[in-house]
Design a protein around this ligand. Structure first.
Ligand SMILES: Cc1ncc(COP(=O)(O)O)c(C=O)c1O
Length: 412
């Protein structure tokens, strides 16, 4: 901790220390993390779905190891068997799209998405939702909250507009000028605490975009890869985004890779100038090999049925838990294994995160709404671990209650 504070990132070290969760992750396996003192935690943060299949899934580790016997990162300039095969596999999961463009992380995929929309429309303005989150690179951070841009003097960027979530009229007002390139939205906004889109909201947004000549971009970085019960979150809402992005779990938590999928019309820049977006580490061949296996695993019937099992398990058990702890635990937001738990205090989820940590569970609060705990079970969790999670959750509630009472007293 001391060396990390000294040489790496003093702000992060003090943040976690003050939050009461001073963790240095040591061993990791499946859905379990062990800190340096040997304390075991069940991982329900999964770094936003990066560890959808758990940590170091043996199949994925084998794929990466055997990939290393043949491949390296490759050279982004040239066609490659691994890249072409992975692109084809991704496009086949979204047949209305035509090309997959690779990056190394989610923000880069968002960057590609926004540039693609600008190319396709010859317009500059980008609309996003208030409290949306799409990463920290130049264009992506410009779509997000000033919490992440102000410090670098990148707040109030020109040509970026934000509208309230679940308000199609506000979106229409800004689209009406017919000068917007794209509206980008997470299918369920993660960093905002997974508030659920109202019935018909996302469809209305897509239709409004098309009415006024803007592109509809869905950010599937946290909602893709079966986490909402279908491969891509947009499928469950009957959408066909012009452009969508995915990352995190695409590389199985062992080799970074992200992708931006685009329709044929949007992807014309790839025909005009294939080198218009270049990324040395984007679409590395090892990442493609791992990503290809991740996608294959996600399409197995037993994995799909397990996602449904885990979703139903937590839907039922969290409803019961809410009755038992109704004084503090007031709501569950859920679609598949994407879950946000609401607590009755402006910083309720901070206290709950700490209480869970003390009881062997790792789950964190939403940065942009600290009432809400992000609760993100993995897609291949087994029933015993689900039961253990709920037992530990129940055991943690008295401590959460105590922390919240102390907090209230201090606030008063
Ligand atoms: C919805 C969403 N989009 C984009 C990103 C950015 O991804 P990365 O951190 O890989 O750049 C994130 C990261 O948390 C995210 O949650």
């Amino acid at each position: 901790m001391q060396k990390a504070a000294e040489y790496w990132n003093p702000g992060k070290v003090s943040f976690w220390t003050e939050a009461g969760t001073p963790m240095v992750i040591d061993r990791r396996e499946g859905y379990f993390l062990h800190d340096m003192s040997g304390k075991r935690l069940i991982d329900l943060h999964l770094n936003g779905g990066t560890y959808n299949f758990g940590h170091r899934h043996p199949e994925l580790v084998d794929v990466l190891k055997s990939g290393l016997d043949y491949f390296d990162m490759g050279n982004h300039w040239f066609p490659s068997v691994a890249r072409a095969a992975f692109a084809e596999q991704l496009v086949k999961t979204a047949p209305h799209t035509k090309y997959a463009i690779f990056g190394a992380g989610g923000a880069e995929a968002v960057e590609i998405a926004l540039k693609t929309a600008r190319y396709a429309t010859r317009r500059k303005k980008i609309v996003s939702i208030i409290k949306g989150y799409h990463g920290h690179s130049g264009l992506s951070v410009a779509t997000g909250d000033e919490r992440f841009s102000k410090i670098f003097l990148a707040d109030n960027p020109e040509d970026f507009i934000q509208v309230p979530f679940n308000d199609p009229n506000a979106l229409e007002d800004v689209l009406k000028g017919c000068d917007v390139a794209a509206f980008i939205i997470e299918t369920i906004p993660a960093t905002y605490g997974f508030p659920m889109p109202d019935d018909g909201y996302l469809k209305a947004c897509q239709e409004l975009c098309h009415k006024y000549g803007a592109k509809f971009i869905s950010d599937e970085v946290q909602t893709g890869l079966m986490r909402t019960g279908v491969m891509w979150g947009w499928q469950g809402y009957g959408l066909k985004p012009d452009i969508f992005v995915c990352g995190k779990g695409l590389g199985g938590g062992i080799y970074p890779i992200s992708a931006c999928l685009v329709t044929e019309e949007c992807g014309q820049w790839l025909v005009e100038d294939g080198a218009a977006h270049i990324s040395t580490a984007g679409g590395s061949e090892l990442g493609c090999v791992v990503g290809h296996h991740v996608m294959e695993m996600l399409q197995r019937p037993e994995v799909i049925s397990n996602v449904h099992f885990v979703s139903e398990y937590f839907s039922k058990s969290m409803a019961e838990m809410m009755v038992r702890h109704s004084d503090i635990f007031v709501g569950v937001r859920q679609r598949g294994v994407v879950m946000g738990l609401e607590f009755d205090h402006p910083e309720g989820a901070v206290a709950v995160s700490r209480a869970l940590y003390e009881n062997g569970i790792w789950a964190i609060f939403s940065s942009l709404d600290k009432r809400v705990l992000q609760f993100k079970p993995g897609v291949v969790l087994d029933v015993d671990t689900c039961q253990e999670i709920m037992d530990r959750f129940d055991a943690a509630m008295p401590r959460a209650r105590q922390l919240l009472k102390n907090g209230r007293r201090r606030a008063a």
